[in-house]
Design a binder for this molecule. Structure first.
Ligand SMILES: [Zn+2]
Length: 265
């Protein structure tokens, strides 16, 4: 039986809350943490789409009312579901709540190897400092972990990659601490020297973050297909037939392609 569970901090991803519990509780091992939180030592830790939410909710509810849907809103589900049909979103939600989730990422349109950037946990030095001042500990924000978000949506600063242990097990929840978020300045990427690029990335980060809390109504599959095809053709990333121009679909080309158009959306 749990004796405490940390309150969710603003925009905190569920993974981070579980990592703080692991830290606060002095748990003996990642497997012991899974046993305590889920009653199941085979649960995998997921930064984006944590599963087995019903089991977790039942244990937390002994301390504070918390439905599986409440926990779902602390993941990146809203962002991914906003790109899917209502039926697919419902199926993915059920999979996250009850754990039957083979192919969950693929169903939500997240192809293996296409998540950007590669570091699994990112943080903003100004958010980190504010959290330390206000809460005496830091945490991982949801908006910082979204694919394609390279700057903090609140501050416009380039996000930093967490310093993680060399091998992180798939059952481990790693907390945001001075060890994983070291204060020394890293070398900044080349794009950070361009104010235009920073502004563009800030716009993308803010729009991406808004999808988390205010997902757009799920369109029908045909409407979604038409919408995506039209936008790709307009951006010269697909031929008039709808066939994709794969060689242009990488970050730096997207950066150039959308730099003029993004502000019009
Ligand atoms: Zn920030």
């Amino acid at each position: 039986m749990l004796t405490h569970f940390p309150v969710a901090l603003p925009d905190e991803v569920l993974y981070s809350r579980l990592a703080r519990w692991h830290l606060h509780s002095g748990s003996r091992s990642p497997k012991q943490t899974l046993d305590d939180l889920f009653g199941n030592r085979s649960v995998r830790a997921a930064i984006d789409l944590q599963r087995h939410l019903r089991a977790l909710s039942e244990r937390i509810s002994e301390l504070t009312p918390c439905s599986p849907q409440d926990l779902l809103r602390q993941t990146l589900f809203g962002y991914y579901a906003s790109h899917q049909t209502a039926g697919m979103a419902r199926m993915a939600m059920g999979a996250m709540i009850d754990g039957q989730a083979s192919g969950l990422h693929a169903r939500l349109g997240i192809a293996a190897g296409t998540r950007l950037p590669p570091c699994p946990l990112r943080w903003c030095p100004r958010c980190h400092a504010a959290a330390m001042r206000q809460h005496s500990e830091s945490f991982w924000r949801r908006a910082h972990q979204l694919p394609g978000v390279l700057v903090c949506p609140s501050h416009g600063l380039p996000l930093r990659n967490a310093r993680l242990p060399e091998a992180v097990g798939q059952h481990e929840f790693i907390a945001a601490t001075f060890r994983t978020c070291p204060p020394e300045d890293p070398s900044l990427p080349d794009w950070a020297e361009s104010p235009e690029t920073i502004q563009l990335l800030w716009d993308i980060a803010q729009k991406s973050a808004r999808l988390l809390d205010h997902p757009a109504p799920a369109p029908s599959l045909s409407a979604l297909t038409d919408q995506c095809r039209d936008r790709l053709i307009t951006a010269d990333l697909a031929l008039p037939s709808g066939r994709l121009r794969i060689s242009r679909l990488n970050f730096f080309n997207l950066q150039k392609t959308f730099s003029m158009r993004w502000h019009q959306t």
